[in-house]
Design a protein around this ligand. Structure first.
Ligand code: PMP
Length: 361
């Protein structure tokens, strides 16, 4: 691997170099078994021990109590958009939804297939800048089965700087912010995350769900998406995504070695500050999110002269700064700086951006 190349992709995203190297080293011979972890049964004692340890490490990283089940599920983040209503919303029920961007809107659309998805607030603007309406303005239902929100919108780069306080169980799509900052799991009824940003390969979803919410699935819920059934069978009702689970386990060990979530959060704050400060100080670039709702993980930005977009992308790629193109829905650029992105990557990016501005401004 080349140390001077930095991948800013929003997901699947870069994984810690040390993790990738370890995975490479033991790729053909895992635990001395003479074959790859990809080739062993999920029922084998070695695999089960690894799977349990991964769960245990995640529990330690997030201080998850025994009141919560930790599930390793199929079908990525979006797989939860339907699994949540199927498991938590009674027939004819209502679920409140906070819409702050593309992903929370996507969850609404899917939920509508199973009951009423009530949008309690939609994206707000302060001037041209995206923000989030104060909670006092949300139109909450009296009888919601849960309130769904996305603490970090990957496309728009809008992140909550607080946890909403509501009576209904709080359901959070943490696909792009899990393990990036400290949280109190007890604030939530359910937390879920597609793995491909801060956890591991795509396809896997982690679900952390309060046990009193289990056992309420609609009768037509497919078994592999039924939380209670998966909980009873240690997420092995069928063959789980074994390689993704293994790699997630390596990432959890890496995080612990970094000093855990608190230590990584410090680094994430420093990385985000470096990039936002640079953007704010340079007239050539602009971020369009209200300051206290700016994401620490996904930093969208626009060039003052959008005609230079292609040139910027071409030259940044040549400089070893990959995947900076913004999401097609919002345009511009986006730098995703998840846990695995070292500060050197952000320094290289700001240096490139400064040089580009000088040459083209
Ligand atoms: N939620 C959020 C916040 C995301 O960023 C994404 C993927 N970028 C998803 C859900 C969907 O995840 P997946 O592609 O794994 O279904």
């Amino acid at each position: 691997m080349d140390n001077s190349i930095f991948n800013f992709c929003a997901g699947p995203a870069m994984l810690p170099r040390e993790v990738m190297q370890q995975a490479q080293q033991e790729f053909l011979d895992w635990q001395g078994l003479g074959c790859s972890v990809m080739e062993v049964s999920h029922r084998s004692p070695e695999y089960i021990a690894m799977a349990k340890e991964a769960e245990q490490d995640l529990r330690e990283l997030l201080s998850i109590s025994d009141d919560y089940a930790v599930l390793f599920m199929h079908a990525g983040g979006r797989g939860q958009f339907f699994s949540i209503p199927m498991n938590l919303m009674p027939q004819g029920g209502v679920a409140d939804h906070v819409v702050t961007g593309s992903w929370s809107r996507g969850a609404v659309k899917e939920c509508q297939k199973y009951g009423q998805a009530k949008v309690v607030t939609d994206i707000t603007y302060q001037g041209n800048n995206r923000g989030i309406a104060p909670q006092s303005e949300w139109q909450l239902s009296d009888n919601a089965a849960y309130l769904h929100y996305c603490p970090n919108e990957t496309v728009e780069g809008v992140e909550f700087d607080y946890v909403p306080q509501v009576d209904a169980p709080l359901v959070a799509d943490m696909s792009s912010c899990i393990l990036s900052r400290q949280i109190n799991v007890n604030d939530f009824g359910l937390i879920y995350a597609g793995a491909q940003k801060n956890i591991g390969p795509s396809g896997l979803a982690i679900v952390i769900v309060r046990k009193d919410l289990l056992g309420k699935a609609r009768s037509d819920t497919p078994s592999i998406f039924d939380y209670q059934q998966q909980f009873k069978l240690d997420s092995m009702l069928n063959t789980p995504p074994t390689y993704a689970w293994y790699l997630a386990g390596l990432v959890f060990k890496w995080l612990k070695a970094q000093g855990g979530v608190a230590a990584v959060e410090e680094k994430n704050i420093a990385k985000a500050k470096l990039l936002y400060d640079f953007i704010d100080e340079c007239d050539f670039y602009e971020n369009r999110v209200v300051k206290h709702y700016r994401s620490r993980m996904n930093v969208p930005f626009y060039l003052a002269d959008e005609a230079l977009n292609d040139k910027f992308l071409q030259e940044s790629k040549q400089a070893g700064l990959l995947a900076l193109k913004g999401h097609r829905m919002v345009g511009g650029m986006r730098a995703s700086i998840y846990n695995a992105m070292p500060i050197e990557g952000v320094k290289a990016l700001t240096q490139f951006m400064a040089d580009f501005a000088k040459k083209n401004g």
